[in-house]
Ligand binder design. Structure first.
Ligand SMILES: [Fe+2]
Length: 346
């Protein structure tokens, strides 16, 4: 059964309250032809009920020839705001932008955040938003993991399936997503719950073996057979396996960008409310797979861009049953989170 309009507005009130939305603040709800009108209506209603001044800004869509399908996470780096100073100015004036379009990894987003505007992305269907309602406990858990990751130097990820990947960290910031925006200039995505960090340039090396049941986003399939990725100097240099490996390699090659094969952010899932099975119950167009990215204990492997490396091709690959360690201390073991090794955030 679907989530009703009143419940959805109530959910938005809760998330906006967690985001410390105050009476009199200005909220901009950004939409385009890919936005869910139910989410827009509920967000506007909730913001008004909290005493904020809210408006909706609808912008034209932008299609990229690199896109196959409609998933907004598939192609990164550009948005329809890059050459739209009027829209950008409005967003910078807002205290809080609710992004129902998907501006992730775009220059426009970075520019808006620099002004102190907080930005909350929401794209999933209401039922997924409802199951993964964020909480202060989510924040505590994710920030504890972030602080532990921040203090680390060497990471290693292993699995019985054959993964053994090593890298050093420290050059790049950590993304810590808990699902609401309670500080000026903070960006987040409802729903979420994970930490992610790009390893130092040229340091990732070893093997990643994607096992049956692992998920390549934005393909949104559960893998049926293993895929072996050989990684040297921060780049995937060989992809071996059956049909799914061939599909993966062909998809990446079609961008015609060498950085498509770079190792991007690495981290682990911290959201107990997210389900590994959820993706199997939705059409591909209906979801961007946030439950897959966030489910508790997954190793979130990814490929493509970093702050220094440009490519439009970005894959997030949540993997089960992996062990993620930092300076020898396990954060996950066989896909189970080890919370006692993750500092408690005060
Ligand atoms: Fe990603």
């Amino acid at each position: 059964m679907p989530v009703g309009a009143s419940q959805l507005a109530g959910m938005w009130r809760e998330v906006l309250a967690l985001s410390k939305l105050a009476a009199g603040e200005h909220v901009l709800v950004l939409t385009s032809s890919n936005s869910n009108p139910l989410l827009a209506d509920a967000a506007l209603r909730a913001a008004a009920e909290l005493g904020a001044r809210a408006l909706r800004l609808d912008i034209p869509p932008l299609w990229d020839p690199g896109e196959s399908g409609t998933d907004p996470t598939a192609v990164t780096g550009r948005s329809q705001l890059d050459d739209n100073p009027m829209a950008l100015a409005a967003m910078k004036e807002a205290d809080l932008v609710i992004d129902l379009v998907f501006l992730l990894f775009t220059p426009a987003q970075r520019e808006v955040l620099k002004t102190g505007t907080r930005m909350l992305l929401a794209y999933e269907p209401p039922e997924i938003l409802a199951r993964c309602m964020p909480s202060l406990e989510d924040r505590r858990r994710v920030l504890a993991a972030r602080d532990t990751y921040l203090a680390g130097k060497e990471i290693r990820i292993t699995s019985d399936a054959g993964t053994d990947l090593r890298a050093t960290v420290g050059e790049y910031p950590i993304t810590a997503e808990y699902g609401f925006v309670d500080e000026p200039g903070r960006w987040d995505h409802w729903p979420s719950g994970f930490v992610a960090r790009v390893p130092d340039d040229h340091t990732a090396s070893g093997t990643v073996v994607l096992a049956p049941g692992d998920i390549i986003l934005p393909f949104k399939n559960y893998l049926q057979a293993p895929i072996r990725l050989s990684i040297e100097d921060g780049m995937i240099v060989k992809i071996q396996g059956g049909l799914e490996a061939e599909f993966l390699e062909q998809y990446m090659r079609e961008f015609n960008e060498p950085n498509a094969f770079a190792v991007s952010h690495l981290g682990w899932g911290l959201q107990p409310k997210a389900r590994w099975t959820s993706l199997g119950l939705y059409d591909k167009h209906a979801t961007v797979g946030m439950e897959a990215r966030a489910f508790y204990g997954n190793f979130l492997f990814s490929t493509g861009p970093s702050l220094r490396r440009k490519t439009r091709c970005h894959l997030d690959i949540p993997m089960r049953n992996c062990s993620f360690s930092i300076d020898g201390a396990p954060m996950t073991k066989g896909g189970q989170v080890i919370p006692e090794n993750q500092k408690v955030f005060p």
